[in-house]
Design a protein around this ligand. Structure first.
Ligand code: LLP
Length: 404
């Protein structure tokens, strides 16, 4: 049974810190990490939390404290990870389409780097030769992921070096004596099917023979988490068994030991997050009942951007009569969180809580309509603590220069 925060705890946090409010549950994050360790305990597996899902410095520090490593998608995330005291050896930087200057900065920081273009790979080889091991992000030409925006491994995606460019990679290896340590893929987010990971493993293991110094296969992130009550996520135990089978057999046949790395974001933090909002107004329009909340696409864009489903709970009136609502925001364009959602009767002033709000929720928020970003709270040892203050007007003006 997974750890959850109770409605009472959420109401307590909302009363103390106001709404809209993101609340994260530290112990649940640890629980997810332990599930991974357990599922992969018989393989040489290493987990790098994909920080892009949620970068609050306290979340990063907590994740470091439980022994998980970290994967970054920008040099700023690398700097945040260093600030959270991750050792450079526990930081991975998997970028796409970045400048070589940024790669040089990551190299100076001493972190693992996955390079995703022929152009930067050649520059890296010419600059550093054999002195600094790197990984190559490949595009395996596998279509996978919950929707097209988060499908990254298919044959027309911008990500990685296409596998068909293997000859060019080998030429760079020969000409610059580049030390290639890792082959990486990330085929998409929300991949339920273990067979997709198996296909990726097959592509990568087939290439290992070209890289004498390679000792890591990095399979990226993308484990699916359930967003609906009746939905299943990736079966990580089954995946663990599959990885063991494939890697054991590779080791036996090739007398080479390989580590396997993963970069899970959603799996680690999605279910540990709750977004608490308050109902501003009810509006009846024909047979539609709108519940207008004190939030919008500026705080949680996943439903509007991806058509993502987030379960909503009316924690103020759990036993109310079930009715049909359109839950909408207060932004100046259509920002529908949920259409025809059956909820216990929603009243003005009720707290509506969005589940699965740990990953890519606060992180994708903005100041659109000059509204403040929500505050963030971490529940740790059963105690809610503020980890990000609510914005103030000065936050909207910060970095603006008044020249008139
Ligand atoms: N590694 C790389 C190289 C990635 O690009 C990503 C996600 C991950 C790991 C982590 O994937 P995860 O385990 O979280 O699925 N904003 C979207 C998700 C975008 C994912 C981008 N890359 C959403 O809210 O669904």
């Amino acid at each position: 049974m997974s750890l959850t925060l109770t409605p009472r705890q959420l109401i307590e946090a909302a009363t103390q810190f106001g709404t809209p409010l993101y609340v994260y549950h530290a112990e649940r994050i640890n629980e997810q990490y332990q599930l991974l360790l357990n599922a992969f305990k018989t393989v040489d597996a290493h987990f790098f939390y994909a920080a892009k899902a949620l970068t609050n410095i306290n979340i990063l520090k907590y994740i470091n404290s439980i022994g998980c490593k970290v994967d970054c998608s920008s040099i700023n995330e690398v700097k945040l990870a260093l600030r959270a005291d991750f050792a450079p050896a526990n930081i991975l930087y998997t970028s796409n389409n970045i400048s070589f200057a940024e790669i040089m900065e990551a190299k100076e920081a001493g972190v693992h780097i996955n390079i995703d273009s022929i152009s930067n790979l050649r520059k890296f080889g010419e600059q550093y030769g054999h002195s600094y091991p790197v990984g190559i992000r490949l595009r395996p030409n596998i279509m996978a992921g919950g929707n097209l925006k988060i499908a990254t491994g298919h044959s027309s995606s911008k990500f990685g070096v296409p596998v068909e460019a293997i000859e060019e990679i080998l030429q760079i290896q020969r000409e610059t004596n580049l030390h290639i340590r890792t082959l990486h893929i990330h085929t998409g987010s929300e991949i339920k099917d273990v067979a997709v990971f198996a296909k990726g493993i097959e592509v990568l293991l087939g290439l290992v023979k070209f890289f004498p110094e390679l000792d890591v296969i990095d399979l990226g992130g993308g484990f699916k988490v359930p967003y609906r009550q009746d939905e299943a996520g990736t079966d990580i135990n089954q995946l663990g068994e599959k990885v063991k089978e494939e890697f054991d057999s590779f080791e036996k046949n090739n007398k080479r030991h390989l580590q396997v790395w993963f970069e899970p974001g959603k799996f680690i933090v999605s279910e540990a997050g709750y977004f608490i909002t308050k109902v501003n107004v009810l509006k009846q329009s024909g047979n539609i009942a709108f519940a207008g909340i004190n939030s919008g696409l500026n705080h949680l864009i996943r439903p509007m951007f991806y058509g993502a489903y987030h379960e909503i709970e009316n924690i103020s009136n759990p036993n109310g009569e079930l009715k049909d609502f359109h839950v909408v925001g207060n932004i100046c364009e259509t920002d529908t969180f949920a259409e025809d959602r059956i909820l216990p009767e929603v009243r003005e002033g009720d707290y509506l809580v969005f589940k699965n709000a740990g990953a890519y929720c606060f992180e994708m928020s903005s100041h659109y309509n000059s509204r403040f970003k929500p505050a963030e709270v971490l529940y740790l040892n059963n105690r809610p603590q503020l980890i990000r203050k609510r914005d103030e007007l000065d936050d909207l003006l910060r970095n603006q220069l008044e020249i008139i």
